[in-house]
Write a protein that binds this ligand. Structure first.
Ligand SMILES: Nc1ncnc2c1ncn2[C@@H]1O[C@H](COP(=O)(O)OP(=O)(O)OP(=O)(O)O)[C@@H](O)[C@H]1O
Ligand SMILES: [Mg+2]
Length: 287
């Protein structure tokens, strides 16, 4: 399968803090690639750098769409899309208008059909369709995540990055989000899935990376990573590794330790010598 995203020794610093150091990663066409890791591991920094939203060092290339590397706008025009952890909806606007905005850069393409795109999203998320005239800021947390995902799908993405889509959601909504991820994968959309819900992510993924303290600690096929004793211990929990059947219905697991638990490498803010104390945003807080 061809490589869609090629990261070579990507590093991100915030003043004195190294959030990512020398991360190399590939995402391939037709596959779900997942990055799992604890709070502060650098997951959001990774996707923000891939999208060109924050400065980074190293190489970010999109071999199939070389021009995409030029700017964030060029990435969006290449239909590379990020659903951010903060959802970033336009709160006072309706569901429908938020969705329409998702297709904004595509509106001048030949044969562009807004109604057809809206219908596609409505099919995937009937609940959003029922609420199409509702202000985004009045949606429930789960509905906001559906809207954030639906808005990205309006672009008909070729490469979709999802930053913790299950964050803070009830088990049934998590199951619905993962159902849609599976559907997108069947439709051939390549996905980079950032998750703390390691079990759910590894079930849907083809390839997995474990990121801790800004460094890749482990990578391999999702099956290999899921079977790794260290991953089972740190991320999947004792005696809960069977059950690959049925929808994903466990709540996201909060991960505070990691593979390198107790070692220097597991401390997220290791350069600055401070502990990661950021609290997670409330559901859809940024709408
Ligand atoms: N704008 C910023 N300025 C300074 N430090 C930052 C900034 N953004 C992130 N950091 C720090 O960089 C490190 C990595 O943060 P990042 O948000 O990438 O982690 P994460 O893996 O996404 O964590 P979480 O699971 O909590 O979302 C953290 O220690 C964080 O405090
Ligand atoms: Mg994050």
């Amino acid at each position: 399968m061809s490589i869609l995203l090629d990261l070579e020794r990507l590093s991100v610093r915030y003043n004195r803090l190294t959030a990512l150091s020398d991360v190399s990663l590939e995402a391939r066409a037709g596959e779900v690639t997942t990055v799992i890791g604890p709070n502060g591991a650098g997951k959001t920094s990774l996707v923000n750098a891939v999208m060109g939203l924050i400065p980074s060092r190293g190489r970010v290339t999109f071999p199939l769409w070389p021009k995409a590397a030029l700017s964030t706008g060029a990435r969006v025009r290449a239909r590379i899309c990020l659903v951010p952890e903060t959802r970033d909806l336009f709160g006072p606007m309706t569901v429908l208008d938020n969705l329409r905005l998702g297709a904004f850069v595509a509106r001048s393409e030949r044969g562009f059909d807004m109604e057809a795109r809206l219908a596609e999203v409505a099919r995937l998320f009937p609940r959003l369709d029922e609420r199409r005239h509702q202000q985004a800021q009045t949606l429930s947390g789960g509905e906001r995540q559906m809207l954030a995902l639906g808005r990205a799908l309006m672009l008909r993405p070729r490469f979709l990055m999802l930053d913790e889509p299950s964050l803070g959601l009830a088990p049934l909504v998590v199951a619905e989000i993962f159902r849609v991820i599976e559907q997108l994968k069947r439709d051939g959309v390549a996905i980079l899935l950032i998750e703390q819900n390691a079990r759910a992510a590894l079930r849907v993924a083809d390839h997995a990376y474990v990121l801790e303290g800004g460094e890749v600690q482990l990578q391999g096929s999702a099956a290999t990573v899921m079977a790794d004793a260290r991953v089972v211990g740190a991320y999947l929990g004792m005696g809960r590794t069977g059950g690959a059947q049925g929808p994903v219905a466990e709540p996201p697991e909060r991960i505070e330790g990691g593979l390198a638990s107790g070692s220097e490498a597991s401390r997220p803010a290791r350069d600055a010598g401070v502990h990661h104390a950021r609290t997670r945003p409330a559901i859809g807080a940024a709408s």
